[in-house]
Design a protein around this ligand. Structure first.
Ligand code: HEM
Length: 229
């Protein structure tokens, strides 16, 4: 069923909250650790104090871990979909990824296959963010609690590993934000009230829309009218 004849439900409210809490935690973790890496950011120590930044880093780390755990209750469907979609990588995704770069510079390349709920690029983002989340949490936990539990020579490796994952996750999230805010601004509505415009959904996730029609969740006629209007 469409919302206001023009929008289709895409994300549950619980998943929207999970996404934004994760995004805030990620950037706060990045920001509170930045003076350790960049001299130009040492001013943050003068403003907040090193101890405050360390405590803030630990506070957001706990939230970063608890958020998806709570999400298993409040956003189960969205989390399950992310896991199941990431395993569905197929040949259509390859065609999508070959053609897609032109979209980044405002072109609309012909021959992009219809995409499901998540497209090939989103699946790669999900895989990247899940992997970096796991390694950041694992290496961070060993840095925080590992003293006396694991050998110090192993623990020392957790610092470059933690840093590498933070860098990769950050680079990925900048690309993701560019795609969301600049390349596909209509997608952001889905991360506000959970709905997206039907014409956006049909153009970017045509296979998902076909499935909704097949499952009887949207009537062919109301889809036609929404696309006309
Ligand atoms: C200003 C910041 C951000 C904006 C505007 C934004 C926007 C969005 C939007 C619109 C979607 C839904 C896409 C769809 O329905 O197809 C989404 C999904 C997602 N976001 Fe973000 N996001 C931001 C920050 C982040 C950060 C920092 C992370 C991770 C550290 C992240 C991870 C994800 C993941 C894993 C998904 C699901 C897959 C995907 O669409 O790529 N987001 N985001």
């Amino acid at each position: 069923m469409l919302v206001n004849k023009k929008y289709v439900k895409r994300h549950a409210k619980g998943f929207v909250y999970l996404h934004w809490i994760n995004a805030v935690c990620f950037f706060m973790l990045f920001l509170t650790a930045l003076p350790l890496y960049a001299d130009s950011c040492k001013g943050l120590y003068d403003i907040f104090g090193a101890k405050t930044l360390q405590n803030a880093h630990r506070f957001f780390a706990v939230l970063f871990v608890l958020n998806p755990v709570i999400g298993l209750i409040t956003a189960r469907e969205g989390i399950w979909r992310m896991f199941s979609e990431v395993l569905k990588f197929n040949s259509k995704d390859i065609t999508f990824l070959v053609k897609f770069p032109l979209e980044l510079i405002g072109k609309h390349p012909a021959g992009i296959p219809k995409q499901g709920f998540y497209n090939g690029g989103e699946r790669m983002n999900i895989a990247l963010q899940l992997a970096t989340w796991g390694v950041l949490v694992g290496s961070g936990a060993l840095l925080w609690f590992g003293e006396g539990i694991i050998d110090n020579s192993i623990r020392a490796w957790m610092i470059p590993l933690h840093s590498l994952c933070a860098g990769i996750g950050f680079a990925g999230s900048i690309g993701h934000i560019y795609l969301a805010l600049i390349a596909n601004p209509d997608s952001v509505h889905g991360m506000q009230d959970g709905t997206v415009k039907v014409d956006y959904a049909n153009a970017h996730h045509g296979e998902w829309m076909d499935d909704l029609v097949k499952e009887g969740k949207i009537k062919q006629q109301e889809l036609k009218e929404a696309l006309k209007g």
